[in-house]
Ligand binder design. Structure first.
Ligand SMILES: CC(=O)SCCNC(=O)CCNC(=O)[C@H](O)C(C)(C)COP(=O)(O)OP(=O)(O)OC[C@H]1O[C@@H](n2cnc3c(N)ncnc32)[C@H](O)[C@@H]1OP(=O)(O)O
Length: 417
């Protein structure tokens, strides 16, 4: 078997093979050639696994994204996608060969992080990926959707997300306008881009995604209503893209650059007539919306992992992010898939880290996939110690690691790719 890069000429074969791996058929291409999820594929980052008889049997690709790290650091990240192996060739090591080829190639491009959304949770840990961000689906019965009066006294103004004071749900001084997806793509792109730069765990949505309508709504051009929130000066600062079917209003995503805009948008969709429930997809864990409702049980929550993270260069990755607490930690990191092992002294001072090889006794021993899980601050190291996956070599090591790895706000990603 050979793993080879693709060119534009291979796109049809790539798409065909990938669909066959999922047991599907490629949708009929739109006349203008856009709007399909694979239209944003980067052929120079795509791989085909070809069997000895010349037949393509596996695919893997990657997008060029920017990932926001804690401390609002924007770094390049490879978004692994389009992974599939024909049912006739499974469990013969095709994926393993493609993953190895891909990781080596990413490193040769100078990349130090790769991320993916896993179709199944059992596939990617062996390749060094760990779940790092989580998303919640909140289903609210509309008859229970009354908002509580904020209990904080003396709330002045409407602070930005992540500040300590909460927004007064009733004091929005902005406005909500109802548009169609087809008429507000530019607004969505601009608001999303502002939001993602300040949100740890968020991925960029390259302009070509919006231009092609690639991916899922509201990036795709599927018909959607869009509630656009504007600040008192008329500047868009949030949106909720939604559709209504069988008395259920489903919000694809609610993007807001502050809590007040989010609250206004939530009020807007929860106030929709002839709807019995509102489903908010892909909310960040611990989102305040449940707390804002009078009836805490009005919302039903289901949790899912979202972004999986893989470190390709531990010192570079650890020095690239910002840090909220000072301290020193010795990490002993095992990377069995790449046959590597390293021990690093992580020193954090004033929000920045230094990370160098050391032979000091370790504080924590962990697999690179577990380092991926804690990297963005969405999983505490102590959880993985308690689960038996990370070894703490001294009392207090896990608590120190928790304090160090915490992000200024829980990481969250809702971009589908
Ligand atoms: C980022 C994305 O694109 S996610 C999309 C992933 N693709 C899909 O889910 C499409 C449907 N599935 C497939 O195409 C294939 O089953 C794949 C790609 C998941 C696996 O490809 P394969 O070539 O069979 O994997 P490979 O033979 O290299 O397996 C490596 C190991 O992973 C294990 N493994 C692979 N897939 C799975 C799975 N779905 N569940 C559990 N274990 C798995 C294998 O058992 C094997 O274990 P071993 O080393 O202990 O023997």
């Amino acid at each position: 078997m050979e793993i080879r890069p693709t060119t534009d000429k291979d796109l049809d074969v790539f798409v065909d093979t990938l669909h066959a791996a999922f047991g599907r058929f490629p949708e009929t291409p739109a006349e203008d050639g856009g709007g399909l999820w694979w239209s944003a594929l980067e052929t120079d980052r795509s791989l085909l696994a070809v069997a000895a008889d010349g037949r393509p049997v596996g695919t893997a690709s990657a997008y060029s994204f920017e990932l926001t790290l804690p401390g609002e650091a924007l770094v390049p990240a490879a978004g692994v996608t389009g992974v599939g192996v024909l049912p006739s060739h499974r469990r013969q090591g095709v994926l393993t060969a493609m993953m190895r080829h891909q990781l080596v190639e990413l490193r040769s491009r100078g990349e130090f992080l790769s991320v993916l959304l896993a179709s199944e949770a059992l596939i990617y840990r062996r390749f060094g990926y760990g779940p790092a961000t989580y998303a919640q689906q909140l289903t609210v019965a509309r008859h229970q959707a009354a908002f509580a009066r904020p209990r904080a006294r003396g709330t002045a103004g409407i602070p930005a997300t992540g500040s300590d004071a909460g927004p007064d749900a009733g004091s929005d001084t902005g406005s909500v306008e109802l548009l169609r997806r087809a008429e507000c793509g530019g607004i969505l792109e601009e608001v999303y881009d502002r939001y993602r730069r300040a949100q740890p765990g968020a991925l960029s949505r390259p302009h070509r995604w919006w231009a092609l309508g690639a991916g899922q709504p509201p990036v795709s051009s599927a018909p959607r209503h869009v509630a656009v929130h504007r600040d008192p000066d008329g500047v868009p600062d949030g949106y909720a893209s939604y559709s209504v079917e069988s008395n259920t209003l489903t919000v694809d995503e609610t993007i807001a650059t502050d809590d007040a805009a989010f609250t206004a948008l939530a009020r807007f969709v929860l106030g929709h007539d002839l709807v019995t429930q509102v489903v908010f997809k892909r909310l960040p864990p611990e989102h305040p919306l449940r707390w804002q409702l009078e009836d805490f049980r009005a919302g039903q929550v289901s949790d899912d992992d979202w972004l999986w993270v893989r470190l390709l260069d531990v010192p570079r990755a650890l020095t690239a992010r910002g840090w909220c607490a000072d301290g020193e930690l010795v990490l002993d990191v095992d990377d069995p898939f790449l046959g590597e092992h390293g021990r690093y002294l992580l020193t954090v001072r004033g929000g920045e880290a230094d990370c160098v090889p050391t032979d000091r006794e370790p504080d924590l021993s962990l697999d690179v996939s577990d380092l991926g899980s804690v990297y963005l601050g969405g999983t505490t190291p102590s959880t993985l110690v308690r689960a038996g996956h990370v070894r703490a070599h001294r009392p207090g090591a896990a608590a120190l690691a928790d304090a160090l790895f915490r992000a200024e706000r829980p990481p969250h990603c809702l971009h589908w790719f």
